[in-house]
Design a protein around this ligand. Structure first.
Ligand code: TRP
Length: 331
């Protein structure tokens, strides 16, 4: 049932979305879209601090949009568009700069991680840090505040950014009156961290990911490459320690998950068999979605049309809001 609230989330187009992105963030948004009004946008401006090739930004934007349009989001409830199509978001970012304490940006996890890395390497603390990276949270606050968002469903790694948006809104409201809603973050409880092929957190930077829309043959190859321990088929295995099981549990029914766990514990199932079971499950869950994704990627005019339509509606909402904000700040 809808709670009457507006949900909003952004998907950064930095590469092929993988199972970790899906379980950590996108699945939650997809589920919420079934009964709630939701804004989903492709955060292409957020990619610019790292991606320097316009062709790559464009390609990844298509991919991200095609994933969103294939996964089973309830598109009757979803407003989908591309961030860079909305002029008001650039304006609001500039305006919010003036009420955002510099110290807040200094505390951002992603910026601090860069500083720590640089310090450990003995180079200048800010080496390789551009202002796009440094002010990333302000652009994200603009995304969220522009549409009077109530709730922001994201992965755990984005929690601090949403809290910053709330902080920034609070600073703004204290000066200019109640102009912005204070957004709440929503992290899926027990989504946990999805392990990748090598057992570490699934991440592009570890090169251990499985693309969500990987063609069937690639999906199979990747699953067969999952690293396991050296237990023999006969030995009892702990499902909690198996990457195979950790991925399976997110895609199967509760009964199937219980049964699969029993098979691990009972012994008699080798890892090869377990991988085949995982592959068949993923393949059956994803086959239709992958088909739609591949269709869209070869009919890009349909993606263009969907994004253009979404942008037209979003612009109307955003333009109204930014006019009010500019009036409040500039008279
Ligand atoms: N920063 C988010 C990420 O890296 C993407 C994003 C941009 C976002 N703007 C947003 C998410 C606003 C939620 C709300 O995944």
């Amino acid at each position: 049932m809808s709670d009457g609230k507006l949900y909003l989330t952004g998907v950064k187009p930095t590469g092929e979305l993988h199972f970790g992105n899906y379980i950590g963030a996108i699945k939650q948004a997809c589920d919420l879209s079934q009964d709630n009004k939701m804004i989903v946008f492709i955060a292409d401006l957020h990619a610019l601090n790292a991606v320097r090739d316009a062709g790559v930004v464009r390609e990844n934007t298509y991919r991200a949009a095609a994933v969103i349009m294939s996964l089973g989001f309830n598109m009757d409830n979803v407003l989908l568009f591309r961030q860079s199509d909305i002029d008001a978001v650039y304006k609001l970012t500039e305006l919010l700069m003036n009420v955002t304490p510099k110290g807040l940006m200094d505390r951002a996890h992603s910026y601090k991680a860069m500083v720590d890395k640089n310090t450990a390497a003995g180079v200048d603390a800010d080496a390789g840090v551009n202002m796009g990276l440094y002010t990333y949270p302000i652009l994200m606050a603009a995304d969220i505040l522009l549409y009077d968002t109530d709730i922001v469903p994201v992965g755990a790694d984005q929690k601090q950014h949403v809290e910053f948006a709330r902080d920034i809104a609070g600073h703004f409201n204290a000066i200019y009156g109640n102009m912005f809603k204070l957004p709440d973050v929503r992290i899926l409880p027990n989504a946990g961290v999805l392990p990748g092929l090598d057992g570490r957190k699934m991440s592009k930077s570890y090169d251990n990911e499985i693309a969500l829309m990987a063609p069937q043959s690639e999906l199979k190859k990747k699953i067969m490459r999952i690293i396991t321990d050296s237990k023999t088929p006969e030995e009892s295995k702990d499902p909690e320690e198996s990457t195979i099981f950790q991925i399976y549990r997110h895609f199967a029914t509760d009964d199937e998950v219980v049964r699969f766990a029993e098979m691990f514990r009972a012994g008699g199932m080798g890892y090869g068999t377990a991988k085949t079971i995982l592959f068949e499950k993923l393949d059956s869950v994803l086959a239709k979605k992958r088909e739609r994704y591949e269709y869209l990627m070869t009919h890009r005019d349909e993606i263009d049309a969907a994004l253009a339509h979404g942008a037209e509606i979003a612009r109307k909402i955003a333009d109204k809001k930014i006019a009010k904000i500019m009036k409040a700040m500039l008279g």
